[in-house]
Design a protein around this ligand. Sequence first.
Ligand code: ZN
Length: 244
Amino acid sequence: MGDELNTIVELQHAVDELNAAEELLAGIPDWMQDLHVEYSRKKAEMEGLEAASEEANEAKRAAASEISDLQVKVKHFQEQIGMVRNQREYGALLQEIDDAKEQISEAEERQLSAMEQGEEAQRLLEERSSSFQELDDRYQQELQKWEGQKPEVVQRAEELRQQIEGLEERLPKPTLALFQRTGLHYGGSALAGVREVVRKGPRIWHCGACNYRVRPQTVVSIQAKNIETCDSCKRILHIEEDAG
Ligand SMILES: [Zn+2]
């Protein structure tokens, strides 16, 4: 019974370290974080410019094809002019031609503005490409370095899993269940340190996690290595070494 609480503390440390290792393996290490943020931002910027350039080309093509269709239409109307039978038909035809010509000039404006946008996107892409290339190289190098470090973290995680298994076997089932249930509820952390409030008068203790008062007899019981939980948050209480 005596070392049950010690086992729990040890178990919590191992669980914390394993969680950190797993989080690390799923993400990016701290020493790469700044570069990762910069790289992600610049990469998104370059991709945005490429998309803008592609979009402008698409708009340019669409406008050009619209213009050529309209020109065919105008030519067709103009050919009909010789065949009109009266003033009304003639007026209607001229109106059609005017409308088509107006549509052509609108499409030409769109074409021009798409060209300008495409050129601007290309200009920015070229302007930024060498500095992005340099950043990309640096990022790939660090990624490679991180890949080189990963196996060590993977191995440590495996050691921790085994250690956790061993520690769990040493705990009575209800205590282990309490530890696991509480840990699950609090995202991994089932433990709370008991904090003594330094002040004049009788000694007072609080739960280090939720700050709820811990009764003196509970503190005595914890010191006797019994398993006690916080009356409020239900975390397993322990006396931290430096606070004891
Ligand atoms: Zn608490």
